[in-house]
Design a protein around this ligand. Sequence first.
Ligand code: AMP
Length: 279
Amino acid sequence: MLVFRKIHDLKEHLDHLRSQGKTVGFVPTMGALHNGHLALVALAKQERSVVVASVFVNPAQFDNASDLDLYPRSEGNDVDVLEGAGCDFLFLPAVEEMYPGGAGQEHYDLGALEHILEGAHRPGHFQGVAKVVDLLLSIVRPDTIYMGQKDYQQCAIVERLIALKGHSTELHKAPTIREADGLAMSSRNKRLTEAQRSRAGLVYQCLVSVQAKKNLQSFSVVRKECEGILAHKGFQSDYIELADASTLEPLENYDLNREMVCLIAVRLGDIRLIDNLVL
Ligand code: AMP
């Protein structure tokens, strides 16, 4: 695996490969890699001739300075596991390489999607996501970008960004990889204490109960039950919401005529966990 820290060098290499007719799959990450990330690399390897991963903790998408400071980093291990997974190129830029002179002021028209769910709780977050993904897509120019459904709203934002900026890249949304107790794998899980970790599977259990009760009860009743169970175990719920699975339009109650998704964000101490399930 070749490691690039400079935009120019990576672009040059990829242009050369493209001129030989190779296709490019791209897996953007913020590092502290786990099996969820590696599943994306495996998919990219199946579908494209060359796999590029990036590790960049993007300051522009953090609305909270201490969350950025405490975000887990493990560069040496990330290089090793990507190499082991058969990744071809790793892009590992410094902040100054990505944002010389600051993150810039371009505003992306992301529509209503920007301000609901995660957007309502993390102001500016999706502008920061759009900024970095737009920049990465213009550098890597992949045929396919691989992203996880774990970040359901982020996938919708990136779909909108691709259309908005006319990138010739398709988005491949990959299923969420979970621990044995159902907890969605996440770099932030590394910060959970043992006691917190032992309770964290409850988030997935709530999603499963929202799914199981869709023919039986109103969503407001099921949500109240979930909020109660989570609060009892020390979680603070930012939201438990039901939405249309393709538009993310909020739904008051189950609508069995549409595909729905339930999205949850909770906090355990200062660690925030998100998850979702298509019902
Ligand atoms: P992150 O490093 O958290 O920014 O994630 C990088 C990419 O990996 C994003 O597209 C995430 O949605 C995806 N991802 C993170 N966790 C998982 C998971 N448990 N299963 C599948 N994809 C994931």
